[in-house]
Design a protein around this ligand. Sequence first.
Ligand SMILES: *Cc1c(COP(=O)(O)O)cnc(C)c1O
Length: 402
Amino acid sequence: MAPARFSKSFTQQLPIPDEAIDAAVAVMRSGRLHRYNTLPGQPSETMELEREFARWQGQTFCLAVASGGQAMQIALRAAGVVPGDPVLTNGFTLAPVPGAIAAVGGRTILVEITGDLVIDLDDLAAKARASNARHLLLSHMRGHLCDMDRLMRIAADLDLTVIEDCAHTMGARWNGRLSGSFGIAGCFSTQTYKHMNSGEGGLLTSDDAEFMARATMLSGSYMMYERHGAGPAPEVYDQIRLDTPNMSARMDNLRAALLRPQLRMLHDSIDAWNARHDLIAERLARHDAIRLPSRPPAERYVGSSIQFLVPGITRDDAAALVARLADAGVEVKWFGAAQPVAFTSDHHSWRFVAAQSLPRTDAILSGLFDMRLPLTFDLDDCSLLADHIIDAVAALRIKENG
Ligand SMILES: *Cc1c(COP(=O)(O)O)cnc(C)c1O
């Protein structure tokens, strides 16, 4: 018997916590929404968020900005990328990642991924040598961390500055160390579909004072860089403040007020995501046509979405699988689709990047499926979702064998 139709929305997030709503209302009543609109001696919500997120990340500095994309653009510029520079990044990521490189005039060099959906470190080393690139914008796409110890050794050997895109790994760890704390900078998004929700928003962290002073000026601090919660000392700005352009990408107090209570809940949210993710992963792993990306013991992931592979699936079957699941109310994305859909596109659709051949990445993406797991789904919902996926994969095989 076919499982019951799934009826919940894949884009419905939890409501904003009451505590955050009250804090946001207080900001609105005060009229002081701009981050630098402070009363003497009183820190703004944005300053407090910077302080708290720096502490959460175990980093010295944190800068709150307008989006994750802006965090990456600012980080690339502050790390010294100038127009024409080659910048390495994963061949499998989301469009704002090569978009950030394009924004600073960089030349994107796409690196192959492995069957576990992480950057291929051999291809990275080869392309770093061939291009003489000095920067890697490493995307922990869909929450999968590569061997960060080996990656950082390669980066040191090849003199590569690493900027981490942690849009899907806020709270994830490699060997106990938080993603975003390996390279010169960690870039986080607080857009609605990520691990904290302020509609739009971004956070940039670093331990490098001069990098962060440049980033702060770039974000649009004018000469008010002392009104930051976790920024470098004022004298660090002496050398750079008149030379660094203002690119206006600040966070405001309203969004910061929404985020601070969510940060306090993040540990619980991570546990809730992983319970959902692991239930589905265990069920899918038992099916012999389905392969799950491996999760090494060193990786502590955040299962806010789940990926599964059906190796060798034909294009027609993949399209049929997605259609059958959609009919059952289950929204699964296929990364091998020829046309970009909603948030999903692959490197062939990024015409703002020079076309590059990535045969191994293409072969993996042709059998890769992805499903969001909003916390509005409970464990029974996840069990039903697993039933649907297994049912749909089994239907393909019956068709082929019969
Ligand atoms: C969402 C996302 C970003 C960018 O975040 P925005 O806040 O939407 O600009 C960057 N990288 C990945 C992998 C993302 O999914």
